[in-house]
Design a protein. Structure first.
Length: 210
C-alpha cells in the first residue's frame, strides 16, 4: 500500500479544532479536546492494523472473531506537548507500550535539541505511533522518527493535530515510508516558526505554563 497522508475534514474534528484554537479555551478544556481529537485521528490511523483470529464463546455458540494484538503497538509522544495525546491514544488501545522522546526547539535556530529517549525494549516487533500535536518546520518530528528508526520498528506512523505545509513537506521528504495523520493543515509559519493561525504554543496550553 502507498504511504498515506491524511488531513481530516470530518465535522467532529473540525468542530473540536475550532474550540481548541480559541485563545479563550482554558487548560482543562484544551487537554480534553486534545484527547478527543487524538482518539478521532487514532481511529483512522489504526484502520489497517494486522488482525488475529480469535474464538469467542457467546451465550449461544462459538463466534470466529478478529482482534488487534496490543503487543504489536507502541505510542511515542514527543515531550512535552505529545504527552497530551497519550491518554486519548491509550483509551483506544490500552495494552500499547509507551516510549518517550524529549525534544525542544532552540528558539533561535528552530533546530530540535534532544534531551531524553526511552523506548520499549521490544520496539523492533512493534508498529509505532509518534504523537506530537504540532508539525511546524518538521525538525522535531524528523528527529524523533530518526531516533525511533535506529531501533528498527516494524512501521512508523506520525499523528499530529495541526501541521504547516512546510513541515508536512519536510517530513514526507525525510521519511517517505511514514504515514501521516493531521487533524488540520494551516497556512504557513511566521518568522518565529509558529503555525499561523495555529493554536499558539501547544505545550504551554496543555500544561498551563504561560
Ligand atoms: C513543539 C511541538 C513540536 C515542535 C514542532 O514543541 O510540540 O515538538 O514544537 O516544531 P517543529 O516542527 O518546528 O520542530 P516545543 O519545542 O515547543 O517543546 P515543548 O513541547 O516542550 O513545549
Ligand atoms: N510549536 C508549537 O507549540 N506551536 C507552533 O505553532 C509551532 C511549534
Amino acid at each position: 500500500m502507498d504511504r498515506r497522508v491524511i488531513i481530516f475534514d470530518h465535522p467532529l474534528i473540525q468542530h473540536k479544532l475550532s474550540i481548541l484554537r480559541d485563545k479563550d479555551t482554558g487548560t482543562k478544556g484544551f487537554r480534553e479536546l486534545v484527547s478527543e481529537i487524538t482518539m478521532l485521528i487514532m481511529y483512522e490511523a489504526t484502520r489497517y492494523l494486522p488482525m488475529e483470529d480469535i474464538d469467542v464463546e457467546t451465550p449461544i455458540a462459538t463466534a470466529h472473531c478478529k482482534c488487534i494484538s496490543g503487543k504489536r503497538l507502541a505510542f511515542v509522544p514527543v515531550l512535552r506537548a505529545g504527552l497530551g495525546m497519550v491518554e486519548g491514544a491509550l483509551t483506544l488501545v490500552p495494552a500499547a507500550k509507551v516510549g518517550h522522546i524529549g525534544l525542544y526547539r532552540n528558539e533561535e535556530t528552530l533546530e530540535p535539541v534532544e534531551y531524553y529517549c526511552k523506548l520499549p525494549h521490544d520496539i523492533s516487533n512493534r508498529d509505532v505511533f509518534v504523537l506530537d500535536p504540532m508539525l511546524a518546520t518538521g525538525g522535531s518530528a524528523i528527529a524523533a522518527i530518526d531516533l525511533i528508526k535506529r531501533r528498527n520498528p516494524r512501521t512508523v506512523k506520525f499523528l499530529c493535530i495541526i501541521c504547516a505545509p512546510e513541515g508536512l513537506e519536510a517530513l514526507k521528504k525525510a521519511h517517505p515510508d511514514v504515514d501521516i495523520f493531521c487533524a488540520g493543515m494551516d497556512s504557513h509559519l511566521n518568522e518565529n516558526g509558529y503555525i499561523v493561525p495555529g493554536l499558539g504554543d501547544a505545550g504551554d496550553r496543555i500544561f498551563g505554563t504561560k
